[in-house]
Ligand binder design. Structure first.
Ligand code: 5GP
Length: 177
């Protein structure tokens, strides 16, 4: 690990929370048929893998990719663009969107609207992290790992300029002004 990083959520706490979330989701969707987990690339890939392997209900995996903010060409800071869609129709299916982090909420709000229009039997979201102080859009997250302060975090799938994604813990990285 690099010197400037500080552990915010250690690996053991993430594992413990993934166990709890998977157990709750398994109970909530029991007997409902196959659950479609949609991982939001790239940041959710490790959380999705850990969560999915703990589920005791039938499920399948899809991925979707969107641009996050920081797109300098955009005049709207909340603008989100679809980069890669899911492969299969989700009409009539129970769908759970799996996110790494909800910051302003624009990305998840965009995704939920996009997917809702396709007529799933149900549509909920699960996010490992959320920054309540940064919220700009009111979204009901059904399954939440941790609320965190307004800091930039890396590790466990999350990056800074594509670095640090494979750190086992969630760490804080000082943000350049
Ligand atoms: P929102 O649309 O909720 O503002 O932003 C969601 C996206 O912003 C996340 O999917 C993630 O890509 C990025 N993001 C927001 N905060 C952080 C952070 O602290 N660390 C990392 N690595 N990405 C973040």
């Amino acid at each position: 690990m690099t010197d400037e990083l500080q552990i915010l959520i250690p690996e053991e706490r993430i594992t413990e929370r993934a166990d709890q979330l998977a157990a709750t989701i398994s109970v909530d969707y029991a007997g409902k048929g196959e659950l479609v987990l949609i991982g939001v690339l790239k940041g959710s890939f490790i959380f999705l893998a850990d969560l999915a392997r703990r589920l005791t209900i039938p499920h399948r995996i899809e991925f979707i990719a969107v641009t996050s903010y920081g797109d300098s060409e955009s005049t709207d800071p909340g603008a989100v663009r679809l980069l890669m869609d899911v492969r299969h129709d989700i009409g009539g299916q129970h769908v759970l969107v799996v996110e790494d982090i909800v910051d302003t909420g624009h990305t998840l709000s965009y995704l939920l609207k996009l997917l809702e229009a396709r007529g799933p039997a149900s549509l909920e979201s699960c996010t490992l992290l959320r920054k309540p102080d940064r919220s700009e859009v009111d979204i009901d997250v059904a399954y939440l790992g941790f609320d965190i302060p307004d800091v930039w975090v890396v590790g466990y799938g999350l990056d800074f300029a594509e670095r640090h994604r494979t750190l086992p813990s969630i760490c804080v990285i000082p943000q350049p002004e």
